[in-house]
Write a protein that binds this ligand. Structure first.
Ligand SMILES: Nc1ncnc2c1ncn2[C@@H]1O[C@H](COP(=O)(O)OP(=O)(O)OP(=O)(O)O)[C@@H](O)[C@H]1O
Ligand SMILES: [Mg+2]
Length: 234
């Protein structure tokens, strides 16, 4: 089943008279249960692509479908509630709320779905523990290292069991062991049926995904099953 589709997707940014074309006609479909890795040089448009298919931005041309729904037919409010219900995001810059403790940041998507505080806190602490952060739950982002903030943002992205997990460079600030740990958790989620769209510079991890998309200058240069893809028995 198709969970996401981009058709001739384009995105340009305008700053005064200067127009920068970033995405120049992307066609891609993500099916349920896929683990898609997106790689490509810095500036290729990877984060921009995630913003468009994650309903965080409005494309300049082309179409994005979420499920069978054309995103252009959805109101801002509908997009926001769809995002909250269906998507989890690990942002390249974490996007944690600075005045909130780690557990509060993670509990937020659960609270927004109407879960009572104590139960939301329990789920948040459980997700943080999964990433070795049990002893940091009361820290605010300014009291956390970059790698710790990254792990809080990953816990927040998965705590409400989203249908699609978007992760933009989720291991960028982690050391080798921590990176491996995060990628292994992604494989574990994938085996349990989680759909994942992950941007990464790390070829080793990209090649373990079920599908690898290479972006170059705003177009898809390659799209297929990587050689070292981990085959999951279903
Ligand atoms: N809001 C914006 N206004 C103008 N230009 C932008 C904007 N957002 C992105 N760009 C430009 O779009 C291009 C692609 O940016 P994007 O962040 O998608 O790249 P990326 O592939 O994610 O790179 P990286 O690997 O460095 O994260 C860059 O050249 C960037 O300068
Ligand atoms: Mg990026």
């Amino acid at each position: 089943m198709q969970v996401l589709q981009a058709k001739q997707l384009q995105k340009s940014f305008q700053d005064g008279a200067q127009v920068t074309a970033v995405l120049k006609g992307i066609d891609m479909t993500v099916s349920e249960g896929e683990f898609v890795a997106i790689t490509g040089a810095s500036g290729a448009g990877k984060s921009t692509l995630v913003y468009q298919i994650g309903l965080l931005d409005v494309p300049t041309a082309g179409t994005v479908f979420v499920g069978d729904t054309d995103a252009a037919s959805m109101s801002m409010r509908q997009k926001t509630s769809y995002r909250l219900e269906t998507f989890g995001f690990v942002f390249q810059d974490y996007a944690l709320l600075p005045e909130m403790r780690a557990w509060e940041n993670v509990a937020l998507p659960v609270l927004m779905r109407g879960t009572p505080l104590q139960s939301a806190k329990k789920q948040a602490v459980k997700a943080l523990s999964r990433f070795g952060m049990a002893d940091r739950i009361n820290h605010t982002p300014s009291q956390l290292s970059g790698g710790e903030s990254q792990r809080v943002s990953i816990a927040r992205a998965i705590v409400h069991q989203p249908s699609v997990l978007f992760a933009d460079e989720p291991t960028a600030n982690l050391d080798g062991d921590r990176s491996r740990q995060v990628i292994d958790i992604f494989h574990e989620l994938h085996r349990a049926g989680q759909t994942i769209v992950m941007v990464t510079h790390e070829l080793e991890y990209a090649e373990e995904a079920s599908r690898l998309i290479v972006l170059k200058d705003g177009v898809i240069e390659k799209d297929g099953r990587p050689k070292r893809s981990k085959q999951h028995a279903r």
